[in-house]
Design a protein around this ligand. Structure first.
Ligand code: FAD
Length: 267
């Protein structure tokens, strides 16, 4: 199985601080990490490789030079090869442009590495939080997709994905090539070994710039060509007040809540 995992480097916080004037992220003083959901995608790929050691895991990131740190961490965990897509032409891309650039980079890498069977992404990045890039990559490539994956298995010539649902989980079969996005599973992702960490530190990570993607349409990338413009970003004020229902038992509390909602014509 040939797999490619898309990883993003994000600020190490869920408490995103926004510059109130520029509406951009304040990154100063906030260390960067590998997006946790991408760690789950990497773990899913590693589990497929555990069962089929012939499998390969390529890791891809778009970002500035410093994003190589996230790629090296991915190599230390499970990746075999890593590529960085970087260039000022790509700067300010929204999710549509980002997914287009990543899809074009995947096609370019496939020219030398061969076709990937599975493209794995995190469900969402903890900074932008849109959860759009994975599904958009699938659309750009014309591949089927399964989102909210917990685990994936290669079985009987197809990929079976255990997918989170509102009620629990379900298994969906999908043909390759496909795109899968992953959320937090019940198990912890593996840690890098010292040996892999040392090898990752020495790894040469090729950088694909604008001129390395000859088929890319310059009218579809960067801030200028991004259809989304973030006008304002803010942290909502915490609401105070509210009503506490605390009856003798959970059942009685539920009954009280039901009658209150019913009286208010909410249900
Ligand atoms: C606070 C904030 C708000 C934003 N709001 C919007 C918005 O409303 N609309 C919009 O279009 N853009 C928005 N952006 C820009 C957006 O973050 C970037 O376009 C980003 O490159 C991709 O979007 P995301 O972070 O939401 O990724 P998501 O769609 O949440 O990421 C899903 C998965 O895609 C993969 N992925 C995402 N980015 C990369 C990357 N650079 N390299 C490799 N893999 C990647 C990862 O596997 C990731 O887990 C916002 C950014 C910030 C910081």
């Amino acid at each position: 199985m040939k797999m490619l995992v898309c990883v993003k480097q994000v600020p190490d916080t869920t408490e995103i601080k926004i510059d109130p004037v520029k509406n951009t992220l304040i990154r100063e003083g906030v260390p960067s990490i590998l997006n946790p959901f991408d760690g789950y995608a990497l773990e899913a790929a590693a589990r497929i490789k555990d069962k089929d050691p012939e499998s390969t895991i390529t890791v891809l990131c778009m970002g500035p030079e410093q994003a190589k740190t996230a790629l090296k961490e991915s190599l230390a965990i499970a990746g075999d090869k890593a590529y960085l897509v970087s260039g000022r032409e790509f700067g300010g891309s929204d999710t549509l442009c980002t997914s287009y650039i990543l899809a074009e980079a995947i096609k370019e890498i496939e020219k030398t590495e061969g076709k990937f069977d599975i493209i794995l992404c995190g469900k969402q990045a903890i900074d932008g939080d849109t959860a759009q890039v994975g599904p958009e990559i699938a659309e750009h490539l014309g591949y089927p997709q399964v989102t909210y994956g917990l685990e994936a298995f290669a079985e009987d010539g197809i990929i079976k994905v255990k997918k989170e649902t509102e009620d629990g989980a379900m298994i969906i079969g999908i043909q390759t090539p496909c795109v899968l996005t992953f959320t937090k599973p019940s198990f912890d992702p593996r840690y890098p070994t010292i040996k892999r960490k040392m090898a990752a530190n020495k790894a040469n990570i090729p950088v694909l710039g604008f001129s390395d993607l000859p088929d890319i349409d310059p009218e579809k990338i960067g801030l200028k060509h991004s259809p989304t413009h973030v006008k304002k970003t803010f942290v909502p004020q915490k609401k105070t007040g509210g009503i506490k229902i605390q009856e003798e038992s959970a059942e009685e509390s539920a009954k009280k809540l039901f009658s209150m909602l019913s009286d208010a014509h909410v249900i």
